[in-house]
Ligand binder design. Structure first.
Ligand code: SF4
Length: 108
């Protein structure tokens, strides 16, 4: 398992040169922000960080705060989103065809 070191994965973030205001947008503008995340190589790490640290604002890992709250409500017993998402990604990579979205995207 990779440590949750935001300095390490953050250096590979697709949004590192984006305007921070874009990632903390409201309403329809959130869809533009989420689109930035689609091809981000550290999307799993980013989402896990936000979920494990209960970050309430902004787009993280392609999910809005509302989507993350919903996910946290549905899975109250998860103690490490990092561990869970890493395992899901590994399983997904072993099973899925290239280009398929990870399962947590479909859970919305
Ligand atoms: S998933 Fe999105 S918010 Fe997170 S680091 Fe990547 S581009 Fe930035």
């Amino acid at each position: 398992m990779v440590e949750d070191d935001q300095d390490t994965w953050g250096a590979r973030a697709l949004c590192r040169t984006a305007d921070p205001e874009e990632l903390f947008a409201e309403g329809a503008a959130q869809n533009r922000a989420k689109a930035i995340c689609t091809g981000c190589p550290v999307r799993t790490e980013c989402l896990a960080h936000a979920l494990d640290h209960r970050i309430e604002h902004g787009i993280w890992g392609g999910m809005t705060e509302r989507e993350r709250r919903s996910l946290l409500r549905r899975r109250p017993l998860v103690t490490s989103w990092r561990r869970l998402l890493e395992a899901a990604r590994s399983e997904h990579e072993q099973r899925a065809a290239p280009g398929d979205e990870p399962a947590w995207d479909a859970a919305g």
